[in-house]
Design a protein around this ligand. Structure first.
Ligand SMILES: NC(=O)c1ccc[n+]([C@@H]2O[C@H](COP(=O)([O-])OP(=O)(O)OC[C@H]3O[C@@H](n4cnc5c(N)ncnc54)[C@H](OP(=O)(O)O)[C@@H]3O)[C@@H](O)[C@H]2O)c1
Length: 387
């Protein structure tokens, strides 16, 4: 290891720290530096799931990216420092081109890497490919610890290859209520908080709600606010076991894929039956568990394996949250807390309760933000409680 690689790697790790797992998971938080003749000319990090990787961001920052052609401009960067082995695979579940290919196209001659990809399917392949392309690869072994510390969500995601990474989201009052006693919940939080939820949707492959939220709140579940508006929309997943959604529901107004979790053998109502004959809507017949509830684990497995959903945002309601909790299908929670009291009985999670606080699902790795008058807090399930 050359002495100068350490401080550069530490700077790349500082870039990685600028990413929030709330937006990148289950992708890793990765930072990169671009150099030319030993001088720092660009830096970047992977900001959002489905967005540009750190290497591409650093090339862009260095002015080494041709937007029209969608590829690097060769010769402007000759060295890159990156906290994680560059990815070498494209296609399949991957949304971006392989970074090894970007580095080659940029004419990079030397790459310093902090951590080898912990995913056994890719581990070392990126480094081997770079070397095959005649690029000098310097691997800094002590980059592993810094990478792992930042990447709990990514490492947890690697354990679950047969279901998406699952994020529950709700808006709550100070007393933890997500609706007034009548069921009305619009709006508990400010516009600033609600706008961030649209960014969370844009970063997700799919967005899910339960039947009572679907019919009671009548959400469109589209991405309307912010820079992500108009990007390829997440699949909307509706847990409507009997397929009774009414014809005028807002969910039907915007085009884009919808998946209906129906009880196996159910005959959907006329509104849905008609839609299922069209292009946008598809039924996902789901078996029923002995307790009468839909087998959500089965449904999530299909979402991942058949529909490529790696990141699932669940937007309520409480019964659906409880079902996922009971089946051990929760990876993280984001809560938007408004400074108000709602009283009543409508908590954020119903069902999936434990007998003692000792059995509580412990959460860690908080990420916080102030959004207008509201406080956003995001937490991941602690590692020792993995299912
Ligand atoms: N503040 C917030 O962030 C927020 C977010 C969302 C919702 N809300 C509020 O929450 C309330 C709705 O929540 P909710 O808890 O009453 O209902 P919900 O979770 O939205 O929907 C429950 C229904 O979904 C179906 N379902 C969910 N999980 C199932 C499973 N495992 N198996 C089978 N069916 C399942 C069932 O439909 P069937 O009854 O058809 O069998 C069930 O009755 C509304 O008042 C809404 O305004 C607040």
């Amino acid at each position: 290891v050359e002495a100068q690689t350490i401080p550069l790697l530490a700077r790349a790790q500082a870039e990685a720290r600028r990413a929030e797992w709330l937006f990148t998971a289950p992708n890793p938080r990765v930072g990169a530096l671009a150099l030319k003749n030993g001088h720092l000319v660009g830096r970047g990090f992977h900001r959002v799931h489905g967005g540009a990787h750190a290497e591409e961001q650093a090339l862009r920052d260095a002015g080494a990216w041709d937007d029209r052609a969608g590829r690097p401009v060769p010769g402007r960067v000759d060295e890159m420092v990156v906290t994680l082995e560059p990815c070498s695979a494209a296609g399949g579940e991957k949304k971006r081109p392989a970074c090894t290919e970007l580095l080659r196209a940029a004419g990079i001659r030397r790459v310093q890497v902090g951590a080898v990809d912990p995913d056994p399917r890719h581990s070392g392949r990126g480094l081997a490919l770079l070397r095959e392309q005649g690029i000098e690869v310097v691997h800094t072994p002590d980059g592993k610890a810094g990478f792992e510390e930042l990447n709990r969500a990514f490492l947890r995601g690697l354990l679950y290859r047969e279901r998406p990474w699952v994020l529950l989201k709700w808006a709550a009052s100070l007393d933890g209520k997500t609706a007034a006693e009548t069921g009305a919940s619009r709006w508990i939080t400010s516009l600033a908080a609600r706008a961030e939820v649209h960014a969370l949707r844009a970063a997700s492959d799919a967005v899910m709600v339960g039947r009572r939220t679907l019919t009671g709140d009548d959400p469109a579940l589209t991405v309307r606010h912010g820079s992500a508006a108009g990007a390829s929309p997440p699949v909307r997943v509706l847990v409507d076991p009997e397929g009774r959604v009414p014809d005028g529901a807002r969910i039907f107004q915007a085009r884009g894929p919808r998946l209906w979790l129906l009880r196996e053998g159910c005959r959907p109502g006329p509104a849905l039956a008609r839609r299922l004959a069209g292009e946008d809507d598809q039924a996902l017949p789901t078996p029923v568990r002995p307790d009468g509830r839909l087998d959500l684990a089965h449904a999530l497995r299909r979402l991942r394996l058949d529909f490529g959903v790696r990141r699932l945002l669940v937007e309520g309601g409480a019964v659906l949250h409880g079902g996922l909790l009971a089946e051990g299908l929760v990876d993280a929670v984001v809560r938007y807390e408004a400074p108000c009291l709602l009283g009543g009985t409508r908590g954020a999670v119903v069902g999936g309760g434990v007998d003692s606080p000792r059995q509580a699902l412990r959460m860690v790795e908080e990420e916080q933000a102030r959004l207008g008058p509201d406080l956003r807090r995001a937490f991941q399930v602690a590692e020792e409680q993995q299912h």
